[in-house]
Design a protein around this ligand. Structure first.
Ligand code: AMP
Ligand code: MG
Length: 356
């Protein structure tokens, strides 16, 4: 799709070099695809006002056209080129509190925005990133930048330039390399109704922080079934390794009897758990530490790198232990469950059935 592999352009995240920022920005202005570092994960950026460039992003990712993109802006002035004004009051309150930062608001769109960005929906998802390199590139480009995560659709999101190259090297023009992502988890996506804010996707900003400012709830429960169905990006399989993957609730192995543990013995199983509550594993299983639950930010930061690392030919099955924590734990558990296509074992017996 491009004339060669993507150019890798290192830019300092502490002090982005203006001439390098301008090179990336110039490519974006002319309809090219540039993967950029943000504080959440690496995004695959294009000019959000250029319908042909937006289409190329969907093609490069093999993303269905029904899954809309997030438009990234450098502040309130640029917001009016993608969103209708005035912005709903609850959205305004959250933007004032969390922008720039990992909060995406879903608000009525601007009529001139290409339909592909919103998948034809009346609302657009908008975020103002805090990462100094992302912010500098968007400002220099002078246009809003549509940027989904820079991975192939349904795969694990990228938190380094190397991850981007693995998935997209021959499909895009440039990868800006500013080291590892800060949070390592996507933004929190929030929509609004008469009752206040609705978290459509858990992310780097916890529900609890939003609830301090506006009435807010997470999408879920039977009452929301229709809304979940109508809401894009809620595929059960997402953020997934290629290797077969299963999730387990905390404590499943700790609750297993000696006989149950013995029956689970086999090779090729990689069990991802937490260093502060590592269970006794069946024979032949290997332990992969996702970090300590007491340092949940670090678990989030390293999560996608760990998922990519475990995804190897000598591993037959990846088992992911949910954190069971609130706050950031909700976002981590959402990603772990989707990595496992929502197959979650609740008991030693179920785990044994799944292993066959
Ligand atoms: P990403 O893959 O990180 O770019 O995430 C984009 C996600 O934001 C989508 O999969 C949806 O969950 C959400 N999103 C984007 N635009 C909209 C929209 N107009 N309405 C509802 N959710 C949206
Ligand atoms: Mg994504």
């Amino acid at each position: 799709m491009t004339s060669g592999p993507a150019e890798v352009l290192p830019i300092s995240s502490d002090a982005p070099e203006p001439e390098l920022v301008e090179r990336a920005a110039a490519l974006l202005r002319t309809g090219k695809l540039v993967a950029i570092p943000t504080e959440t994960v690496y995004g695959l950026g294009c000019n959000a006002l250029d319908a042909a460039a937006v289409q190329r992003v969907f093609d490069a990712k093999e993303r269905p056209s029904s899954d809309p993109l997030i438009a990234h802006v450098d502040g309130p002035a640029m917001l009016v080129s993608v969103a209708a004004t005035p912005v709903p009051e609850s959205a305004r309150v959250l933007m004032d509190a969390f922008w720039p930062g990992p909060l995406t608001v879903v608000i009525p769109r601007h009529p001139d925005l290409p339909d592909a960005v919103t998948s034809g929906l009346p609302d657009v998802a908008v975020r103002c990133p805090a990462h100094p390199v992302a912010a500098a590139i968007i400002s220099a480009a002078g246009v809003p930048v549509a940027a989904p995560s820079a991975n192939r659709f349904s795969r694990v999101s990228p938190t380094s330039a190397a991850h981007v190259l693995t998935d997209l090297a021959d499909r895009i023009e440039m990868v800006v390399d500013s080291g590892r992502s800060v949070h390592g988890l996507e933004s929190t996506v929030v929509a609004f109704d008469a009752g206040g804010a609705i978290v459509l996707r858990h992310g780097a900003i916890p529900l609890e922080a939003i609830q301090e400012l506006v009435p807010a709830r997470a999408l879920g429960g039977d009452a929301d079934a229709d809304r979940v169905k109508a809401s894009p990006g809620h595929d059960e399989r997402h953020y997934s390794p290629r290797t077969a993957t299963l999730a387990v609730v905390p404590g499943v192995l700790a609750d297993a009897s000696a006989e149950q543990l013995a029956a689970l013995a086999r090779t090729g199983v990689r069990y991802a758990g937490y260093s502060n509550r590592a269970p006794e594993l069946p024979d032949g299983w290997d332990f992969e530490s996702l970090g300590s639950i007491d340092r949940i930010e670090t678990v989030a930061h390293d999560l996608y790198d760990a998922l990519r690392r475990m995804d190897r030919p000598d591993v037959d099955l990846i088992i992911l232990e949910l954190t069971g924590a609130d706050g950031l734990g909700r976002a981590i558990d959402d990603r772990l469950a989707r990595a496992a296509s929502s197959v979650v074992a609740l008991s030693p017996g179920e785990l044994s059935d799944r292993l066959g």
